[in-house]
Design a protein around this ligand. Sequence first.
Ligand code: GDP
Ligand code: IMO
Ligand code: MG
Length: 424
Amino acid sequence: MSVKIVVGTQWGDEGKGKIIDLLSEQADVVARYQGGANAGHTVVVKGEKTILHLVPSGILHENTVCMIGNGVVIDPKALLDEIGFLELQGVSVQERLLISHSAHLIMPYHKMLDQAKESKDADKKIGTTGRGIGPAYVDKVNRMGIRVVDLLDRATFIEKLERNVVEKNEVLRKIYGAEEMDVEQIVQDYLDYGTRIAPYVNDVSTCVMDAIADSKQVLLEGAQGTLLDIDFGTYPFVTSSSPTSGGACSGVGIGPTCIDSVLGVIKAYTTRVGMGPFPTEMHDDDIDLRQLGDEFGATTGRPRRCGWFDAVIANYAVRVNGLSSFVLTKLDVLDTLDEIKICVAYKYDEDTITAFPSEVRVLQDCVPVYETLPGWKTSTTGARAFDDLPDNARTYIRRIETLTGAPISIVSVGSDRAQTIVVS
Ligand code: GDP
Ligand code: IMO
Ligand code: MG
C-alpha cells in the first residue's frame, strides 16, 4: 500500500498535471482533494496535449480510477463539458470517475459574485480566475452551500436554491448593481446536470479507504500551490482552499496515518498568475522566461509573471507540507541561459532573512539576495538519466537540494510524459 500526496510548492502551474499523469502509470486511484475548475493541469503524451480542470490527471491511464473528493468545489457544467471532451478524445470516463456526494457545487451566482467583486474593488483585486471559487467556499463555511447529494433530490435542491437566490439577488442588486438571477432557469439547468452526474456520485471517503485496505497505490492530487493556500499563502492574494498537504486528508476523507509520502512539484524558476507579492519577479530583464517557458495560463490564458528560483519559498514549502522530496520541472527552460540566479535569502530593511515572512506587507518590501550559477548552454530535453545532464545542470539541482534540505526525486526536462528523469 502506498498513499502519496502531490502538492504544488509555489504559486501553482508547477507541472503537477504532468507529474500526476506520470505517476499514475503505477497508481490504482488518483483523487483530487481541493480547488475547482480554477485549476488547469496539462498532460502531454506523444505530443498530444490535454488540459484538465476538475477530472484528475490520472484519467489518461485506463486502469486508473479517478475520484473527486469532498474538498473540491464542482461546477457541474464545467465537469460535464470536460467529461464530454475526454470521451470525444476516446478516453473512457464512465466507470472510472467517482464524485464525492459531499463536494459542494459552484452555482451561477458564485461566478457572478466572484466577477462582480473583482470589477468593483479594482484596486483590491486578487486577479481570480473568475470561476466562482471564493464565493462557493464562503457558502460552504457559512453552511449555505449546495452539495452534490442535494442535486439528486429535487425538493431539497429547490428549497436550498431558493434560499440562496433570495440572499444573493439582494447582494447582487444592492452591493454590485448587477442583474438578479432567475431561479427557474437554474432549477432546470441543475436538475439536468444532476441526472447526468448521478451515475458518478459515490462515497469517495469510503472508496479511498477501501482501496487503501486492498493495498492499492493511491495518489492524492493537489491543485494550485503552497503560496496560494488560504492559511499559508500570501493572504489575501490566495485561493480559498487548502492546497498544502494538510488539505489532502480532509479533502478526500482519510486520516493522516494513511499518508506515506508527500511529493512537492517545483519549477526550476518561479511563476505567478494574478496579483500579490513576488520577490524574485523579473521586470525589465533581458531574459524572457515567459517566452522560453511558454508561460501562459492553462485555464485563463493570462500571461504568467516570471522570476528566478526562490529557495526561501522552497524551504517554506518543505516545512508546511512536510515534503518527502521535490519533483523539479521545466529545467529545460533554462537550457540557453549564460547564468542562472537562485534567491537564497531576502533583505528586509537592514536584516537578511531566510524565513518566509508571514506578513504580505513585509514580503512586499523584501529584496532577493541572489547567488549566481553558470548556465549549461546545452539542450537537456533528451536526457533520460541524471548522468545524461550537463555538469552545470547537475550542480544547479544539487545546489537546490542543499539549500532546501530535501532531495529531488524526479527531474522534468520537457512537457511530454517521456521527458522525465527518475533520480531515485
Ligand atoms: P499545473 O497546473 O501544475 O498542472 O501546471 P500547468 O499545466 O498549468 O503548467 C505547466 C506547463 O508546463 C504546461 O504547459 C506543461 O505542459 C508544461 N511542462 C510541464 N513540465 C515541463 C517541463 O519539464 N518542461 C517544459 N518545457 N514544459 C513543461
Ligand atoms: P493550478 O492547479 C495558478 C490563482 C489566481 C488568483 C488566485 C485566486 O493550475 O496550479 P481563484 O480563482 O482561485 O479564486 O483565484 O489564485 N490561481 C492559480 N494560479 N495555478 C492555479 O491552479 C490557480 N488557481 C488559482 O490566478 O491569483
Ligand atoms: Mg495550471
